[in-house]
Design a protein around this ligand. Structure first.
Ligand code: GLN
Length: 552
């Protein structure tokens, strides 16, 4: 039977609840348990796909094509269970489902209410998500409830968690609460009051946390921990200090050393073998003692909010771990390149253009791509970054003047990137799309298998097949591919059914690749990712040949 750990948050958001939950999951996994995770989002949007990355950070894409909260990315980086559509749901999805049942008459004319109908639906969704992993044999499902205690929005979720723990019976559910213990500079003290209040708020709705994780910028001394224990009625050993850390991969060991996993196992009345965090220790060791340092320029539009490139920056950290390097990422606003030219790229060891939407900044990104192409600087283009590399090559090398994507210029003379109107989805169903389709409704999404051309650089990296995740509408236009190939571009992978270009590369360049998918979603600290490792290795080689880049 699956046991549950509900993770709630108090005082403020952005304390790292997802990382804390994932770290607990990692420790439990190291104790031989089959663990999975869920994220419950109290907002009304049906999915985060159409939400601005400025507001919500990255949209993480699962293997089965769901656009989810970025916390699911952390889950996949910390544990081995893969996340699916059912591992993340919102208030909007719950209401949508309840309303559909109501319209169908499933409630037999009863008054449909938040309690029990919404709360029951939430519990059903939680159980469904827990069952999706490990062939239904999950030992522990860790359920992160978004928002903070006291929010009107998250109340039904907390109520559902309380009811579920009651329904499951003794020792089948545990609660972990993450709060803030701020340091007030003028008083020179850590303040425990906000934590006391947020635990009170939890108790008001009938939830008694088994463990309190107290976030502070420093370790919390025993005196303050004792105070928190007394006022919040949580045993002293269950008041755990979580201080700021320079690497998220240190958190599992920080929590384990304070006994969090034992607390949780006791609460769930299970006694798995002891934790083995040696893999995490090795990763941290590699992060802390790199032999080299490379500078990667990430040229994008959302550079103000690095959360919108979370998986990508993590993938670069992983590549660093696996190449003994520290990867310093410099975020460069492509509009600055438009205004001031490519001078700001000269000290970089490699350049990367990530995914993105919309015309703004694309010419600056193409200037950066051209700079990389002409100067032999390693270049990796992801999704939009691949499309722009194709456009830049079409214009400059294949002499297709004015080439563009129809996303940026619908009446371009040479639509080298365009919408294809019909394709088969993962289940083989025919999907259609056109310019006027609903936003978000018609993207190619999720993982797809496709063969790789022997002899290409992609083949040296991936072997015979790629299986990577997509999230985009536009495609490289096959009509133009022969002309691009003639000019020296190699398409090294194509989808098996529609022959859509998936990977492009330039064989006469030290390392220049564009991929239509998002490799960052499948990179983990444990295994790294062959594409990113190859990219960083190329950056190291460039540095060896051209000397260390000067700091900007
Ligand atoms: N805007 C491009 C498209 O829709 C690229 C999307 C992306 O980079 N994720 O195809």
């Amino acid at each position: 039977m699956t046991k549950y750990v509900f993770v709630t948050g108090g005082v403020v958001s952005s304390l790292g609840k997802g990382i804390a939950a994932a770290s607990l999951a990692a420790i439990l996994e190291s104790r031989g348990l089959r663990v999975t995770m869920l994220k419950l989002d109290p907002y009304i949007n049906v999915d985060p796909g159409t939400m601005s990355p400025f507001q919500h950070g990255e949209v993480f894409v699962t293997e089965d094509g769901a656009e989810t909260d970025l916390d699911l990315g952390h889950y996949e980086r910390f544990i081995s269970a893969r996340m699916h559509k059912v591992n993340n749901f919102t208030t909007g999805q719950i209401y949508e489902s309840v309303l559909r049942k109501e319209r169908r008459g499933d409630y037999l004319g009863k008054t449909v209410q938040v309690i029990p109908h919404i709360t029951n639906e939430i519990q059903d969704f939680i159980a469904r998500g827990a069952k999706a992993a490990w062939n239904g044999e999950t030992d522990v499902a860790i359920v992160e409830i978004g928002g903070t205690v006291g929010d009107i929005e998250s109340l039904p979720f907390l109520e559902a968690a309380r009811q579920m723990s009651l329904r499951l019976g003794r020792n089948n559910a545990a609660f972990m609460h993450l709060t803030l213990v701020p340091f007030i500079a003028s008083a020179g003290e850590l303040k425990t009051k906000p934590t006391q209040h947020s635990v009170q708020k939890l108790r008001e709705i009938g939830i008694y946390p088994n463990a309190l994780l107290c976030r502070a910028d420093r370790p919390i001394p025993d005196e303050e921990r004792a105070k928190i224990s007394l006022f919040s009625n949580v045993p002293l050993d269950a008041v755990i200090s979580v201080w700021d850390s320079d690497s998220i991969y240190k958190i599992p060991s920080m929590l384990h050393k304070q006994g969090l996993d034992n607390l949780v196992c006791d609460a769930l009345a299970i006694s798995p073998p002891p934790a083995d965090l040696s893999m995490w220790d090795r990763l941290v060791e590699a992060i802390e003692h790199p032999r080299n340092e490379v500078r990667i320029g990430m040229v994008g539009k959302y550079v103000d909010l690095t959360e919108s490139y979370k998986s990508l920056s993590e993938a670069l950290v992983h590549a660093g771990i696996h190449t003994n390097s520290r990867v310093a990422i410099e975020y460069i606003d492509s509009e600055v390149i438009e205004a001031e030219g490519t001078g700001c790229l000269e000290h970089l060891d490699a350049i990367l253009v990530p995914g993105g939407f919309g015309k703004r900044g694309t010419e600056g990104k193409m200037a950066a791509i051209r700079y990389a192409r002409e100067n032999g600087v390693p270049y990796l283009g992801i999704c939009l970054g691949m499309q722009l590399a194709v456009i830049e090559f079409a214009r400059s090398v294949a002499k297709l003047e004015g080439a563009n994507s129809t996303e940026f210029n619908p009446s371009t003379a040479h639509p080298v990137v365009a919408l294809i109107t019909e394709w088969q989805d993962r289940e083989g169903k025919i999907e259609r799309r056109d310019q006027s389709s609903d936003l978000g409704g018609t993207m190619r999404k999720g993982a797809q298998r496709c063969p790789v051309k022997p002899g290409s650089r992609a083949h040296a990296i991936y072997g015979n097949e790629v299986y990577e995740r997509h999230r985009h509408r536009y495609e490289v236009n096959n009509v133009y591919v022969p002309r691009l190939e003639e000019a020296g571009m190699v398409i090294s992978a194509r989808t098996p059914t529609e022959q859509l270009p998936e990977i492009m590369e330039l064989p006469d360049h030290p390392w220049f690749m564009g991929v239509q998918f998002h490799p960052e979603f499948t990179s983990t600290p444990r295994d790294g990712h062959p594409l990113f490792s190859s990219f960083i290795t190329a950056a190291l080689k460039r540095q060896e040949q051209h000397g260390k880049g000067k700091p900007a």
